[in-house]
Ligand binder design. Structure first.
Ligand code: NAD
Ligand code: UDP
Length: 329
C-alpha cells in the first residue's frame, strides 16, 4: 500500500480541487482543504466533511499559512475569465503572493509542491499545437493579463525556489477541463452551454464561434495531476495536461444542443478582448514521461456533465461575482 501522507490542497473546494480531495481521501491520506470560497461553495465538499481524514480550513492564500504537510497541491485561483477579471488585482495577488506563501511553506517543512499552471501561459498562441518549449504570446496589459501573467510569474517563482532553495516542485500546465461540479454560475463555456440548453435558452456563442479549445474530462485531469506529483524528482515539468481533441465553440454548441435534445438556438455575443483563437495541447511529454493520456472522449464526458447539471438544485448556488460577459471589457 502507498505511504499515507498529509496533503494540503489549496482551492480544494473548487471544481478541480474537490475532485482531487475526493481521490486523495479515498486513498486514505490526511487531506487539508484550504479555500476562501471565492468561486466555490461548501456544496462541492460537504460529503467529505464527516471523513476522519478530511479537514476544511477557510483561508485566503494571499496570507501565510503554517501547517505541517508532506505535499501541497496549489490550486487556489479563480479560473473563469468573468470571475478572475472581477477583481484583477486580487487575482494577481492570489497567483503571486499565494505562490510565495505556499512555496515558503514547502521550503520550511520540506514538502513537495505542485502548481496548477495553465495553457493561458501561452496566451493567444502563434504556435499550434502548443508544446512546453513554446514561450507564449501574452498581452501583458490586457484584461486576461491578471490571470495569464500571474500564472507566468507563479511558474517563475516555482523554478526560482527550486533552483535557489531546492524546493521539490511540479508544474502542470492544465488545458480546458470540464465535468460535474463546475459551479453552475462559473461562466466558462461548457457549463454555460449545458445550462442554457437545459433551460431552453439560446446558447451564447462569443464571436463567430470559430475559435477552438480542446476539452479534457475532469477524471483524466486529476489522474494526470496525481501521476505528475508522484513522478521521479527529475520530472518536474512544466508539463501539458489536456485532451488534444480540438473543437470550435460553434461545434460545441451544436453538440450540446443535440445531446440535451434541447429546442434552443444559438445566439452570438461579442468576442471578449484577447480571447485566444486556437488552443490544443501537445501532450507528447506527458505520454512519454508520465505514461499519461486522457481516456474519456468529449461525447462521454459531455454526457456525464449533462446528467450532473440536469438534476442540480440551482437554488443552492450564489453567483461568485456579478460579472456577466456583457459587463466585462
Ligand atoms: P475554481 O474556480 O472552481 O476553483 C478555484 C478555487 O480556488 C475555488 O474554490 C476558489 O474559491 C479558490 N480560491 C480562489 N482564490 C483563492 C484565495 N485567494 N485563497 C484561497 N482559495 C482561493 O477553478 P478550477 O477550474 O477548479 O481551477 C483550479 C486551478 O486549476 C486554478 O488554479 C486554475 O487556474 C487551474 N486551471 C484550471 C483549468 C480548468 O479548465 N478547470 C485550466 C487551467 C488551469
Ligand atoms: N465562450 C462562448 N460562450 C460562452 C462562454 C465562453 O462562446 O458562454 C467562448 C469563449 O469566448 C472562449 C471559449 O468559449 O473562446 C472558452 O471560454 P472559457 O471561458 O470556457 O475558457 P477560456 O479558454 O477562454 O479561458
Amino acid at each position: 500500500m502507498a505511504q499515507l501522507k498529509r496533503i494540503l490542497v489549496t482551492g480544494g473546494a473548487g471544481f478541480l480541487g474537490s475532485h482531487l480531495c475526493d481521490y486523495l481521501v479515498r486513498q486514505g491520506h490526511d487531506v487539508i482543504c484550504a479555500d476562501n470560497f471565492f468561486t466555490s461553495q461548501k456544496t462541492t465538499i460537504e460529503h467529505l466533511l464527516d471523513c476522519h481524514n478530511f479537514e476544511l480550513i477557510r483561508h485566503d492564500i494571499t496570507h501565510p499559512l503554517w501547517l505541517e504537510v508532506d505535499e501541497i497541491y496549489n490550486l487556489a485561483c479563480p479560473a473563469s475569465p468573468i470571475h478572475y477579471q472581477y477583481n484583477a488585482i486580487k487575482t494577481i495577488k492570489t497567483s503571486v503572493l499565494g505562490a510565495i506563501h505556499m512555496l515558503g511553506l514547502a521550503k520550511r517543512v520540506h514538502a513537495k509542491i505542485l502548481q496548477s499552471s495553465t495553457s493561458e501561459v501561452y496566451g493567444d498562441p502563434q504556435v499550434h499545437p502548443q508544446d512546453e518549449e513554446y514561450r507564449g504570446h501574452v498581452n501583458p496589459i490586457g484584461p486576461r493579463a491578471c490571470y495569464d501573467e500571474g500564472k507566468r510569474c507563479a511558474e517563475t517563482l516555482f523554478f526560482d525556489y527550486h533552483r535557489q532553495n531546492r524546493v521539490n516542485i511540479r508544474v502542470a500546465r492544465i488545458f480546458n477541463t470540464y465535468g460535474p461540479r463546475m459551479h453552475p454560475y462559473d461562466g466558462r463555456v461548457v457549463s454555460n452551454f449545458i445550462l442554457q440548453a437545459l433551460a431552453g435558452e439560446d446558447l451564447t456563442v462569443y464571436g463567430d464561434g470559430s475559435q477552438s479549445r480542446s476539452f479534457c474530462y475532469v477524471d483524466d485531469l486529476i489522474a494526470g495531476l496525481i501521476v505528475l506529483m508522484d513522478s521521479p524528482d527529475d520530472c518536474i515539468g512544466p508539463i501539458n495536461l489536456g485532451n488534444p481533441v480540438e473543437v470550435s465553440m460553434r461545434e460545441l454548441a451544436e453538440r450540446v444542443i443535440a445531446m440535451t435534445g434541447s429546442s434552443s438556438s444559438i445566439t452570438t455575443l461579442p468576442l471578449p478582448a484577447d480571447d485566444p483563437v486556437r488552443r490544443q495541447p501537445d501532450i507528447t511529454i506527458a505520454r512519454q514521461q508520465l505514461n499519461w493520456q486522457p481516456r474519456v472522449g468529449l461525447e462521454q464526458g459531455l454526457g456525464q456533465t449533462i446528467e450532473y447539471f440536469r438534476t442540480l438544485d440551482l437554488s443552492r448556488y450564489r453567483k461568485p461575482t456579478p460579472n456577466r460577459p456583457d459587463t466585462i471589457k
